[in-house]
Design a protein around this ligand. Structure first.
Ligand code: UP5
Ligand code: MG
Length: 209
């Protein structure tokens, strides 16, 4: 039987594979500051920011056939099927003229990771990991006030559990390959960016003039 990975490879018809791109995965618990720091990295290092969560929320708003499924999963803090998320990421990479991407909040489990690699052939340059205590992350999420359906204490606890059970193993996988750049994300925003900046400076990314 043809798996979705086979189908997606055929679908892509080499388009993503033929586009040579640099990808950095930006991972960390809910509220660890992934989105905030990605905005800084875009400004200083010329990457394009692709937040998997933002792409999924846009898909709900667009009224797509997957919208209800995605909405229900986000409300429960569950991980949307790889097929859905990878299609959105692939499309965003293909449509963008840039060749450097920050993929924020993906892959969230081993299956996400293996499927993305298999479908796109892309391996991350490195993985930026924002390390932060649950206590601090909870405080940030409850103060965010952007109307996110998952920023309530019940869903936040579910998101923390999914992060520990499913997402940390992905970070461990890349750590074993020497690809993880761990950042102390509990500091104030500017202090976190100082650490982030040195990771990108060492990696050879030019600072924007
Ligand atoms: N803030 C940020 N940095 C701070 C600092 N250093 N000091 C003090 N305050 C700081 O930050 C959160 C809040 O904290 C903001 O108010 C900020 O000002 C402040 P933010 O940068 O938004 O943190 P971030 O890590 O991006 O938090 P987010 O809530 O977006 O992380 P999640 O991983 O939970 O959310 P995401 O959007 O990635 O995913 C949501 C859901 O979508 C998932 O639970 C899942 O259901 C689904 N999903 C999938 O199924 N698959 C995917 O691949 C992706 C998502
Ligand atoms: Mg975010």
């Amino acid at each position: 039987m043809e798996t979705f990975v086979d189908a997606a490879k055929k679908d892509a018809n080499g388009s993503v594979q033929n586009k040579s791109v640099t990808v950095v995965f930006v991972l960390g618990g809910p509220g660890s500051g992934k989105g905030t720091q990605c905005a800084n990295i875009v400004e200083h290092f010329g990457y394009t920011h692709l937040s998997a969560g933002d792409l999924l929320r846009a898909e709900i708003k667009s009224g797509s056939e997957n919208g209800t499924l995605i909405d229900n999963m986000i409300k429960e803090g569950k991980i949307v099927p790889s097929e859905v998320t990878i299609k959105l990421l692939q499309r965003a990479i293909q449509e963008n003229g840039n060749d450097k991407f920050l993929i924020d909040g993906f892959p969230r489990n081993e299956e996400n990771r293996a499927a993305f690699e298999s479908v796109t052939g892309i391996e991350p340059e490195f993985v930026l990991f924002f390390d932060c205590s649950e206590e601090e992350m909870e405080r940030r999420l409850l103060n965010r006030n952007q109307g996110r359906v998952d920023d309530n204490i019940e869903t936040i606890r579910k998101r923390f559990k999914v992060f520990l059970d499913s997402s940390l193993p992905v970070i461990e996988y890349y750590n074993a390959k020497g690809k993880v750049r761990k950042i102390d994300a509990a500091k104030p925003i500017e202090g976190v960016f100082e650490s982030v900046r040195s990771v990108f400076t060492v990696s050879g990314d030019k600072v924007a003039a």
